[in-house]
Ligand binder design. Sequence first.
Ligand code: IFM
Length: 437
Amino acid sequence: MRFPDGFGWGAATSAYQIEGAAKEDGRGESVWDTFSHTPGRIRNGDTGDVAADHYHRYAQDLDLMRDLGLRSYRFSISWPRIQADGSGRPNQRGLDFYRRLVDGLHERDIAPMATLFHWDLPQALQDAGGWENRDTAERFAEYADAVFHALGDQVPVWLTVNEPKTVVQNGYIFGHHAPGFRDEDAAYLVAHHLQLAHGLAVRALRASGLTGRIGPALNLHPCYPADDSAEAAAATKLHDGYENRLYLDSIFKGAYPQDVLDDRGPDSRLVRGVRDGDLKIISSPVDLLAVQYYTPIYVTGDGSTVRKWPTSEAEWQQIYPEGMYDILTRVTRDYGRVPITITENGLPCPDVPGADGNVDDAGRVSFLRDHFAAAHRAIGDGVPLESYHVWSLLDNFEWAEGYEQRWGLVYVDYASQRRVLKRSAHWYRDVIRRNGL
Ligand code: IFM
């Protein structure tokens, strides 16, 4: 099963999940510093203060990437490292770290892919209303512009906002991610401002005159009716609106889906928050779409969800590789042949080193093999998929789950910060070398 020549095999991480060095070189506080230091919020009271210590060990991690044969590395830039309070003159020491990282990638022939926002909003902006405040989208565009000017000559691909839906749902509806609110009306205004921030960043890149490509990073969930009833079909359609079309339609069609707007109602903060011209900004043409696929969703007639497949250690993740094929082909069918990169796919496994020191994550190997095969089939059926980033390169801080879930190809012994390539990493190296399965 060969992939197209030059296929971009990669791995992904994000700043707060791996960097540590929370107080170094002028970094300010983010909502995740506040949240993780709030008792009871994170499993075992874990924080990202040290994480995988990547800020200090990035050179060693770059060597690991080279040894794996990665062709692409997706990382995120920490906004509070660049602007401690979320606005004003960029912090040169923060920019220098990412410059060293990007230079190190080029030296090893690995293409950098930089995400501008992977949830670490400067706390000062949260104090001013966070994503409920429209001004945060403007601040984001200024921050993006500073980063483009500092690194734009060396970064060929930019991703704007990582998984806006997760901020909306986990941060503002369920409250188990920062900032930890439970306010559904606010949540969908937040969705709008995150989409606006995306569009403003796209415009900032175009205005900069740089040649890099840019797009959104969306976690898409194929939604299926749980049974054959008309009620389940109708509920699934609306669920799909909230999970997928809210983000895809606004970016690729310049309109929010009418069924979602109707469901929210004319007095909702979402409907009242959309101003003339916003959708034009949000739908500024992008160069690519980053898809993150983890799980399908099955919807019953009353709108609740059920599980049909075994889950991973993450109880929300049903293992269903066909969903990868379905979401990729659906996006191409409904939104045109925009180039696609998979920027996240993976699972947590109960990884422990054996007596010989090796980590035998056979479950991850079969999971990835099945998902790669589904992606390959999608390419055969016309999906313009150009790269695939496994989540994650390293074990890391899995948000509310702390360090308990291990998602990496590379095991991290947090006490010593020693890295051990898991069996899946060795296997992935062979996939990359053969450019296929
Ligand atoms: O760890 C996260 C990542 O930050 C965003 N996407 C899902 C991953 C696994 O939960």
